[in-house]
Design a protein. Structure first.
Length: 138
């Protein structure tokens, strides 16, 4: 391949890798912050009427909880229900919420830190691949 084709490819791979790396880092930072400053409460799992027939599929239920200020919050779950860990309608789950922004929650035990880590690793690999492509082009 000639340099005229490698440079745009290196730029595209590098930008994609940087975006993936930043997405993973921001997700991991958010999870750590919610573990550190989040207020743990139990939330009620509620499905929308349209989702009533699919309680164990990939739908995301609403989580209803009461903050320390006695405000009732209803937030869409950040994680989907699955076969291994179903979110049954009417069931209870533990969540952590940010007292400064109560709509920002994490379902305890389902944070998916591995997914954020995978984004970080794959993003870093893509950035290094883009640097290698760039060095081959010049």
């Amino acid at each position: 391949m000639d340099a005229g084709r490698l440079l745009p490819l290196a730029l595209l791979v590098g930008m994609g890798g940087a975006v993936a790396y930043l997405a993973g880092a921001m997700g991991l930072n958010r999870t750590r912050r919610l573990r550190r400053v989040g207020v743990p409460v139990q939330a009620l799992v509620r499905y929308r009427p349209a989702d009533a027939g699919d309680r164990t599929g990939a739908g995301r239920p609403l989580l209803q909880f009461v903050t320390v200020d006695d405000a009732v919050m209803e937030v869409s779950s950040p994680v989907p229900a699955g076969r291994a860990q179903p979110l049954a309608d009417g069931g209870q789950v533990w969540i952590s919420y940010d007292p400064a922004a109560p709509r920002e929650i994490a379902v305890r035990g389902r944070e998916r830190v591995w997914l954020d880590g995978a984004f970080i690793v794959l993003g870093a690999v893509a950035v290094f691949l883009s640097l290698a492509l760039f060095l081959l082009a010049v």
